[in-house]
Design a protein. Structure first.
Length: 128
């Protein structure tokens, strides 16, 4: 039963994105995925920073308890690891976008859309 729910939820999330791909092509699909992922990325960055500071607070405020100090160290380490992984993924995505000729930040601040050697100078990308 859990498998059926997982499939239904996955299809509900992915169907609008794939439908958007059929209408506007690969660049539109990537723009749509970016639109879905950007808010989540900021939320995860914020949670990782909060987790790090929670561990730091635990490390400092409960300095007399060795078990709490170890838990605080562990939380700080995992918070830093999570931030490193997220920054690395962000860099890899930017590299892939620039290597394929699709600007990952096209349309931001009124910048023209770019796809390979074609540039739309009439305005920002649609879907932003």
């Amino acid at each position: 039963m859990k498998r059926i729910y997982t499939i239904i939820i996955s299809l509900a999330v992915l169907t609008p994105t794939t439908s958007f791909d059929m209408l506007t092509g690969t660049a539109g699909f990537l723009t749509g995925v970016r639109g879905l992922m950007n808010p989540l990325m900021y939320i995860f960055f914020g949670l990782a920073v909060l987790y790090f500071f929670w561990g730091m607070g635990q490390f400092i405020l409960q300095a007399g308890d060795p078990k709490a100090v170890e838990e605080g160290k562990s939380k700080m380490i995992w918070g830093v690891v999570a931030l490193f992984v997220m920054f690395s993924i962000f860099g890899i995505i930017s590299f892939i976008g620039s290597a394929t000729g699709i600007s990952p930040n096209s349309g931001a601040s009124g910048a023209p859309c770019t796809l390979g050697s074609q540039t739309d100078v009439t305005g920002p990308c649609t879907g932003d």
